[in-house]
Design a protein around this ligand. Sequence first.
Ligand code: 0A1
Ligand code: ZN
Length: 884
Amino acid sequence: MQLRDIQGQPVAIHREDYAPPAYWIDTVDLTFDLDPAKTRVLNRMRIRRNADASNQPLRLHGDELNLARVLVDGQGASFRIEGDQLVLENLPDAFELEVFTTCQPAKNTKLMGLFVSQDTFFTQCEAEGFRRITYFLDRPDVMASYSVLMRASKDQYPVLLSNGNLVEEGDLADGRHFAKWVDPFKKPSYLFALVAGKLVAREQRVKGRSGRDHLLQVYVRAGDLDKTEHAMNSLIRSIVWDEARFGLSLDLDRFMIVATSDFNMGAMENKGLNIFNTKYVLANQATATDADYANIESVVGHEYFHNWTGDRVTCRDWFQLSLKEGLTVFRDQEFSQDLCAEASARAVKRIEDVRVLRSVQFPEDAGPMAHPVRPDSYIEISNFYTVTIYEKGAEVVRMMQTLVGREGFAAGMKLYFERHDGQAVTCDDFAQAIADANPHSDLTRLLPQFKRWYSQAGTPRLKARGTYDAAERVYTLHFDQSCPPTPGQSNKDPFVIPVNVGLIGASGRELLATQTLVVTQAGETFDFAGVDEEPVPSILRGFSAPVVLEFDYSDEQLLTLLAHDTDPFNRWEAAQRLGLRAAMAAIDAAPGAGAPVLSNDFIEAMRRVLTDTSLDAAFKELVLTLPSETYIAEQLETVDPQRVHAVREAMRARLATALHAEWQQAFEDNRDTGAYSPDPRSAGRRALAGMALVSLCLAARESGDTVWPGKTLQRFKDAGNMTDRFNALHALVSSGHALAAQALASFHAMFKDEALVIDKWFALQAGAPDRGGDVLPLVRQLMKHPDFSIKNPNRARSVIFSYCSANPGAFHRPDAAGYVFWSDRVIELDAINPQVAARLARGLDRWSKLVEPYRGAAREAIARIAARPDLSKDTLEVVTRALQ
Ligand code: 0A1
Ligand code: ZN
């Protein structure tokens, strides 16, 4: 497979071109002589020709390898290098191939393949990193048995790990030692892993349901052992949950997690040897926030659940990525919900997940990078680890569960593993298994149409309208669905949309409990009989489908839902709709017209929520959080980012001042949560207390009050955990109070040796509200700070991404300086780490919606990147699509 054409332009790979490999690799024996400057890799493979393939050459992938020797059945063999491929012809039907190469881990700033982080060797092979370690058929449908011999200096690399079981270890001459690992399971190359360095482990032995013993280990650097308890507990909870919910047990004697501070993504599910970004492992109450604790639990769960959904059953090709990722996100979301003791906490988790979907995935689905959950083509697969593949993919799985029921879905999973254990399969295979296990379900009846969720990009719009016939006591709901065009797909066929609906009476009584309507036509009508009064419909309860629901609610109806809906998701949604409506009206109003940004009704509704003793703090915090600037921007035809920012800030300020007394009370009521525990209830109280402080500091800014900023500084100093401390710091920084500088300095001094906390320190400043264009100069200054390094992805994200991708009010400057900064950083990062650069390059995806002068300046900045010679195909694909 050639990645660039004759002109050197990257070539797209198409799903329809899939063909099984011409050869299979059955066994792989790897020997590593580990040296940061030059690591030697001896790779002995048993290979056989695929019976279905004709006499094609063997084409092995390679990337930045130095090739020293090639032997076929122990003899020198003729071969050629074509682009990045090692090509051999005239091979026997079955043979042993030996390839000897070297690579340079210390120079590997891409962090793909074998790299060094803080004197420790790590690997990252998904999606196509194994070819940077050795020549191979580096594609997920080639599954082999691996044995790995590692040799290294015992003093510098005392711990030597790979997949599977340690079968032998010992000393060698010259202070070196060795370890041999054998993986009992066949696997694709992207699941290979190796770690070597000075590490320590928290260990725990557990017994599975069947009585099997397992050794669990969490490896970190020596000073971090006290931050591994939560990750270990999360792993144990994951094991217990997967057995209980899906009957899936751990299939290994030993399961290891290793943390590295240099990592492109969150974590990686290598068989038996998960490698994690430290951000998703390390936590203690002094250094990690509640959000960190929750993220660790869900990422540890996610990687563990991949052991079945990804590792035991993997993807046939990378177009099927959502087969493992959508399903595994669904599983980790269900896991986190099931761990919540209370229904309200489960609803909070669902709202948080939907917020991410709507504020990140919906824009992706409406922009130049829009792609189906199962894409049809790509240039660089790393660009397709997207919120569409992950989060929308999870929604597709959730809709299947809604259509077949929870037990039906579990039965479908069972059938999926019965059919496909040990195989590399497709999204079709998965959907077929769920359908076949539920022969009488709507999913099975509608399967070909349902699968449009895999093939059609774009977020469907569902327009609903209701009529009430008082004489007949019938309420009628009519739906019209449509889906906007996306790149390469101008016309869409109707989707299967499960719509959970309930009906509420004007007084708040529930007239009809939740029913699932299945909308399949472009236009469709449903009647509800025996409805005693004109109801307020509660539509799309629990966000039962990833669509934009349009219903012409009156403010009064939304207030009814906010006060009375039995579905907490739609209660929250009613407040979001009211907030969004207020924002749109203020954006449309002539600037400076003097109209209040929030109606009294809205403020009073928020007051009622804040003071309602029956509601959880976490839920209140979500209801009182206004729709984000990106979410508001998505609803507009054309976007003036400064106007959106100004309006949202004005709304925040109004809520802060109008509810001053209630915020004070909320702070007092929720400030003390006792001994630290990251459970949802205590975390929710801390979140609301933190929001109260932000509001009180913001109100103080408007009124000139110094009491609350002073109290906030005191809270910052006295805090017993990172959540309270960081929330106080955030309140001072985001209100722009003079005390912020002092608090920031002391925060840095307190945590100077804690990289993850210093990331927070950077991110808070780069993400701070802009006051007179002051954030960009600050960001430039932060990049000169001795703690800053652009090579470390977490640090680059904390400064550059926090500014360019998460601070619209500061980034979209009328003088275009933000965009120039962005394009400079994309270019700079591209030479170091193309994956990180390409993510940053997504920052102006929605440029064509901007009003002038932003639109022209943004386009120019993108074109400036696209014009660079030698751009990686990662970044080139992103900017080329943005300009189309
Ligand atoms: N499969 C991992 C995500 C992942 C993908 C690519 C990586 O390197 C470029 C690393 C991790 C997951 O879903 O957790
Ligand atoms: Zn995953």
